[in-house]
Design a protein around this ligand. Sequence first.
Ligand code: KG4
Ligand code: ZN
Length: 385
Amino acid sequence: MTILGIETSCDETSAAIVSKKSTDTFATVHTNIIATSLALHAKTGGIIPETAAREQIKYILPVIQEALQKGLDFKIKKNNIPPIDAIAVTYGPGLIGSLLVGVETAKTLSYVWNKPLIPVNHLIGHIYANWLQSTDVILSLTENPDSRFHENDQRDIPFPALALIVSGGHTDLVLIKQHGNLKVIGGTRDDAAGEAFDKIGRLLGLPYPAGPFIEQKAKKGDPKRFIFPRPLIGSTDFDFSFSGLKSAVFREVQNLQRHSGLSRIDSGVANAPQNDRVLDEKTICDISRGVQDAIIAVLVKKTMKAAKAYNAKSILLSGGVAANQMLRDTFEQTTNDQRLTTKLFAPAKNLCTDNAAMIATAAFYNPKKSDWKTLTANPELYFEE
Ligand code: KG4
Ligand code: ZN
């Protein structure tokens, strides 16, 4: 079976061709085309929804055309129908203007080509990036702590699985008992982890999205100079909160600026939004390290606690923040230290951020079809009970 996936929830316009035989455990990506309007948003330090939607309209048809051409060697012509079995599209959550472009395009193609339409929740899409062929098994069982990759295990994600979704808009812990049986067991009460990276990055004069820049700066940072709060790390529930961390960093930056008497942040990165006060490069690196350590400490502690409470056999990292190497390493280290048998999975880094391959993949395992006449975009979509 072959699915054309379409993803337009935010500033990425993506179309992918993904296939899976009924006997396969994992899906295979043939092509995953992504156009992004990120450069337009980098200077302003955040997404401008109207701009993102306009760019989506510009890119959507060329991106779909390229995916069909590269993935199936198919050219769109009159009366020519591509050899696909269904069209999967993100219908929420996301920016309404952006979502509408993908949803309305998918509905039109479903009608014209007479192909089934499968609506996909963007968050479930992130989780299912773990069911793509290129999935990294980042940790194996503790019977052999030296071996990170067990070839036999690589084709199997055991249930119950616990998914940590860490993206720009979400920080959720989701228990998956089996395909189609998902239950949210915790989420953020305010800012998402990616949002915390982005807002703090803006404070430091780093470009949007700041997560990857903070990761780079943190590599050179001193882990002892700034110890920031780890909100809710000891709470009995599985919720997260990151806005207090952002406020703590803000106060620290204000203090440093008052004492330095300097007048402009210079992050040393082209296109970065310039703040009107300076922090030196070393301080930016040290703060980045402190921030990254605080976010990772909370994510790992809470996830491991939930994994134990629900006897999860595997932990699946997903969403843009899962591309962070230190986050992956800390999960691996902690699982090893605690000699847990829980298996750890994360998608290849380029499949952690928004893409259509993950949307097509989710459709294979959750194939609820919809009618093109009734499907509507839902910007507030969360997990159905
Ligand atoms: O999943 P995603 O592409 O979009 C949403 O659905 O939100 O996630 C984007 C988020 C941004 O907040 C970005 O700063 C963060 O993922 N991110 C990272 C890294 N790469 C992307 N955060 C930390 N470290 C990274 N390497
Ligand atoms: Zn996303």
